[in-house]
Design a protein around this ligand. Structure first.
Ligand code: ADP
Ligand code: MG
Length: 338
């Protein structure tokens, strides 16, 4: 059964689908494992030793064991359990990721808010029985969602109110992908692809020096259908969208990214936002931030950040891109607007 699930997950590789990448050199190899609640796939396009894969996956699992809300001994679970009681000393990785999340919370005016934990739990979005809460229930947790009530000091983290809870789901995979990239580069491997549930990093150049090609998921379909192809240099590509995790109740779809100000899944006409930039942690934080902010405000935020491109897909099947994004439409039921 587990194997069946694994296969299902494998074919459902989340988020983005890598299209034709490189002509399959004999030295190419991959390893795929389930971690961080998703399918993690690493491909080395050069001679790679097994030990590099071992190191990458043990690092990914280490990050998961520190930052998952589903692991009771994780730093994040310990911080949440001590909310309103006392500060918790954490590992330097956890501190770094939380500090980064708070930085983006401030930058996005609270669109990205790592204290969405109580909302995620209330909607049961990661549980087997997600459901629409009552307005009363939402009203009761909203005051707990506020990144300004996170105190960071000397590698310790304190949530100042009882019932507050961190959730690093919007950023942790990006950090793990950056760490995988660091390990690959330090091992002297020049060409590789990392895909942690749709958090993608491409390292080096293709043999023929043409750009890497990454498929952008059709947000209305289950995994596998793409709207078009992005051509990118050595960078990270991360998408946030309505399709990654969702449930239906009374014929309406509810997805997993929340507007912290009203406690409901974001409903602003966007169905996905893809960010292309150097670091995956930034791409991950920005894809969620911009998805929550919506097109106009999201674009304004992106204009303040150099060397960052984006693809916006809307529910009316229109697509907009920033000027530097090299996007080629393949599904003609969508249209690109400038
Ligand atoms: P994915 O899960 O597909 O990687 P994101 O990076 O956009 O997508 O992260 C979404 C996850 O982040 C949700 O599953 C939830 O755990 C958390 N989350 C939801 N809404 C917000 C928000 N407004 N700010 C920060 N984290 C959020
Ligand atoms: Mg994200």
């Amino acid at each position: 059964m587990a194997y069946k699930n694994f296969l299902r997950a494998f074919f459902a590789i989340s988020g983005l689908i890598i299209c034709v990448l490189a002509s399959c050199a004999k030295t190419e190899s991959s390893r795929i494992e389930l971690a961080l609640g998703t399918v993690c796939s690493i491909t080395l396009f050069e001679q790679g030793q097994e030990s590099v894969y071992d190191e990458i996956f043990s690092r990914i699992r280490e990050i998961e064991s520190l930052m998952s809300v589903n692991i009771p001994s994780s730093d994040v679970s310990r911080i949440n359990a001590a909310a309103g009681i006392e500060p918790v000393q954490v590992d330097k990785d956890t501190f770094k990721v939380i500090a980064h999340a708070i930085y983006f919370a401030e930058l996005s005016g609270g669109a990205l808010d790592p204290t969405v934990g109580p909302l995620v739990a209330l909607w049961g979005i990661n549980s087997p029985a997600p459901h629409v809460p009552t307005q009363e229930e939402i009203n009761s947790v909203l005051p707990l969602v506020n990144w300004r009530n996170v105190e960071l000091y000397n590698q310790s983290v304190y949530l100042t109110r009882r019932g507050m809870a961190l959730d690093l789901g919007a950023i942790a995979k990006g950090y793990a992908a950056d760490e995988a990239a660091r390990i690959i580069r330090e091992a002297g491997i020049n060409r590789a692809r990392i895909d942690l549930g749709g958090n993608i990093i491409l390292i080096g150049q293709k043999k023929d020096r043409s750009p890497w090609r990454v498929g952008i998921q059709n947000p209305e379909e289950s995994h596998g259908a793409i709207t078009g192809i992005l051509q990118i240099p050595e960078q990270s590509v991360v998408t946030s969208g309505i399709y990654e995790r969702f449930f239906e109740e009374n014929g309406k779809r509810y997805h997993h990214i929340f507007l912290p100000s009203n406690g409901y899944p974001v409903d602003n006409g966007l169905t996905s936002v893809t960010i292309i930039t150097e670091n995956s942690i930034d791409a991950d934080a920005l894809s969620t931030s911009v998805f929550v902010l919506g097109y106009e405000r999201g674009r304004l935020l992106l204009e303040s950040i150099p060397q960052t491109e984006a693809v916006f897909i809307f529910s009316d099947r229109s697509i907009r891109t920033t000027p530097g994004a090299m996007f080629i439409l393949t599904d003609k039921s969508f249209s690109v607007k400038r």
